[in-house]
Design a protein around this ligand. Structure first.
Ligand code: GDP
Ligand code: MG
Length: 180
């Protein structure tokens, strides 16, 4: 039954994967708290945050509650990952557009997910630090798009946790993909 005015929520576990320093925690903080802090707080322990997003396109009550799992530095240890993304409905694989090495690492994570995660997982590729794109871009949008297309990913986009550009869109696209 639906209580009028109370959003009917779909829950989804969402995990972030990507090299250390690409801005995974900054993206989560921007989405959940709407802010960016220059101070890089290295994630300690398992960071878990929840946030709901209304999806008016799917009705006045429709909402998705994200259970967001941010890695706590274990991104270096591939062997820990399967535990981490077990039961995840979505994976946001992040690279830094100024770092080709981080893009290579993103390719690695996508392969890992294809091998070990649920076959229904929605994978989104995000090039972060778009604000640095004019002066320091080292990964082209074309390469990212080609990679996303070849791997049947739900979406490919660029964002900036610093400016906030494109951040809500990451989560919005994950939400929309749940109805597909
Ligand atoms: P994580 O290791 O992937 O969680 O990365 P962090 O969120 O800790 O960010 C690493 C560093 O990149 C920090 O110094 C952040 O301030 C910086 N950073 C994160 N997002 C952005 C962004 O969109 N633009 C810029 N210019 N710096 C960012
Ligand atoms: Mg972090």
């Amino acid at each position: 039954s639906v209580v009028p005015g109370v959003p009917r929520e779909t829950r989804v576990k969402l995990v972030l994967l990507g090299d250390t320093g690409v801005g995974k925690s900054a993206i989560v903080v921007r989405f959940v708290q709407g802010e960016f802090s220059e101070e890089s707080k290295v994630t300690v322990g398992a960071a878990f945050l929840a946030k709901s997003l209304r999806i008016p396109e799917h009705g006045p009550d429709a909402a998705v509650k994200f259970e967001i799992w941010d890695t706590a530095g274990q991104e270096r240890y591939a062997s820990l990952a399967p535990l981490y993304y077990r039961g995840a409905g979505a994976a946001v694989v992040v690279y830094d557009i100024t770092s080709p090495a981080s893009f290579e690492k993103a390719r690695f994570w996508v392969k890992e997910l294809q091998k070990h995660a649920s076959p229904n997982i929605n994978i989104v590729l995000v090039g972060n630090k778009k604000d640095l794109g004019d002066t320091r871009r080292a990964v082209s949008r074309e390469d990212a798009r080609a990679f996303a297309n070849e791997n049947g990913m739900a979406m490919e986009c660029e964002a900036s946790a610093l400016s906030g550009e494109g951040v809500v869109e990451i989560f919005k696209s994950v939400a929309m993909s749940l109805w597909r």
